[in-house]
Design a protein around this ligand. Structure first.
Ligand code: FE2
Length: 440
């Protein structure tokens, strides 16, 4: 049956306790209890815990699957080589330089077949999935679909940012279409498969500590930034398909595979609050200064993965959407600064306001902990002379940042193998000159 991906039904809301049944099997969710002696339609009940059983109620996350066969029905795991996806940070020398990558290369349709999972390559990261503390950033660049293959990340949640090409994602909870300018989050342990219809590229943020949540709004009030109702979770969908099927399992930073004789996407019904979701970044409600000064980029936080230190994220996902800029007597672009956090930026489309040249869609920058950065010389000169009338900025563009309290190590792939490092990046600041007028 042809899937109408453009008109899939989703469940709206962030962190809700959802209930969903594939409409082909009405009343497949057990009534009034989770584990009846016999489940409707002869299904197996299986719980997936996203937090400790005893996590406080407001933080507790879990989902109940009602599936044709339990996930345990598979052959033993065997190790597979992952050359590019790594959580080992001790294999290359520390490098504090401002780093910029030209757009990461996408294989063409004629190149060797590479699917989303095979193509994942780690750019940078820190921490350790064994001790459940850290994060990593990867790039995917693929030209084929994960046929009869699913991925399960036991190490953490993945936030996926497609930059080029749509992702047709099947999960245990159902299916979702994620296009550029949308993002999705697939939590630790949830199995999923990615299909593409063209060579495709994007960014992935993986976090080991916690699940993503919406940032607190403080004095902003009850509304604004990413509104909860705009998040969309797949509705239950199953296939009862016998085939040679592989589940690739990421565990302690290494990859394993297990074979089974049926599709793992056999969940007929589910209920719970631990389910993947997507979000259209164009729905973000932008907050900004309407008097003076360039505010900190935290006002653009879509999602955050908190650390145990109050107000300090393992990683924030921040966007720079089209908006009005109206500040008076203000240098409007981002200010020069050094940050105790690490800032990884990517560009989904268009041009970024602080650097109109060099930083290209599909590329990236990393400004590490305490490494100086800011607008390039051209941007500085222009912004100090601009007439400060209300104006639209970032029109037709969408940049984002993964900002982390961790100090990221770069991988050999990102610094050498991928051959995309722009070694001239530092030159964008080299023509900055003194404007100091001296004492009167
Ligand atoms: Fe910065």
């Amino acid at each position: 049956m042809q899937v109408d991906w453009e008109h899939l039904k989703y469940l709206n809301g962030f962190g809700n306790h959802f209930s969903s049944e594939d409409p082909r099997c009405p009343n497949s969710l057990p009534k009034d209890q989770n584990t009846p002696q016999v489940c409707p339609y002869g299904l197996y009940a299986e719980q997936l815990s996203g937090t400790a059983f005893t996590a406080p109620r407001e933080a507790n996350q879990r989902i109940w699957f009602y599936r044709i066969l339990p996930a345990v029905l598979h052959e033993p795991f065997s190790s597979i080589k992952s050359e590019l996806l790594t959580n080992r940070w001790d294999l290359s020398e520390p490098n504090p330089n401002q780093t910029r990558w030209k757009p990461f290369l996408i294989p063409s349709v004629d190149d060797e077949k590479k699917n989303f999972l095979d193509s994942l390559a780690t750019v940078c990261g820190a921490g350790d999935p064994c001790s459940r503390h850290g994060a990593s950033i990867s790039i995917y660049a693929c030209n084929s679909s994960m046929d009869n293959r699913a991925f399960c990340n036991a190490d953490g949640d993945m936030l996926i940012v497609p930059q080029h090409g749509s992702l047709y994602i099947t999960t245990e909870c159902g299916r979702m279409l994620v296009k550029p300018q949308e993002i999705c989050v697939i939590q630790q342990g949830i199995r999923f498969s990615v299909a593409v219809d063209q060579p495709s590229r994007g960014y992935v943020l993986e976090v080991f500590d916690n699940h993503f949540c919406l940032p607190s709004l403080g004095p902003i009030g009850a509304n604004g930034l990413a509104n909860p109702r705009d998040f969309e979770t797949p509705a239950a969908w199953y296939e009862d398909r016998d085939c040679d099927f592989t589940v690739v399992h990421k565990y302690q930073g290494s990859l394993f595979q297990s074979l089974q004789n049926h599709s793992c996407f056999d969940v007929v019904a589910w209920h719970g609050n631990y389910a993947p979701y997507k979000y259209d970044l164009r729905k973000f409600v932008v907050i900004n200064s309407v008097s003076v000064d360039h505010l900190d980029p935290s006002i653009f936080t879509v999602l955050t993965c908190p650390s145990s230190k109050p107000g300090t994220a393992i990683a924030d996902f921040v966007i720079f959407p089209p908006r009005w800029s109206v500040q008076e007597h203000t240098f409007r672009p981002p200010y020069y600064h050094r940050n105790c956090m690490s800032e990884f930026m990517g560009l989904i489309t268009g041009k970024y306001e602080a650097k109109e040249e060099g930083f290209q869609a599909g590329g990236a920058t990393l400004h590490s902990c305490m490494t100086p950065h800011g607008p390039d010389a051209d941007c500085f000169e222009k912004a100090t002379k601009d007439e400060l009338k209300p104006m639209r900025i970032a029109e037709g563009s969408l940049a984002f940042m993964f900002e982390s309290s961790l100090s990221f190590a770069l991988t050999t792939w990102s610094m050498t193998t991928c051959q995309r490092v722009d070694h001239d990046y530092f030159k964008c600041w080299s023509s900055l000159v003194k404007h100091f007028t001296g004492p009167k």
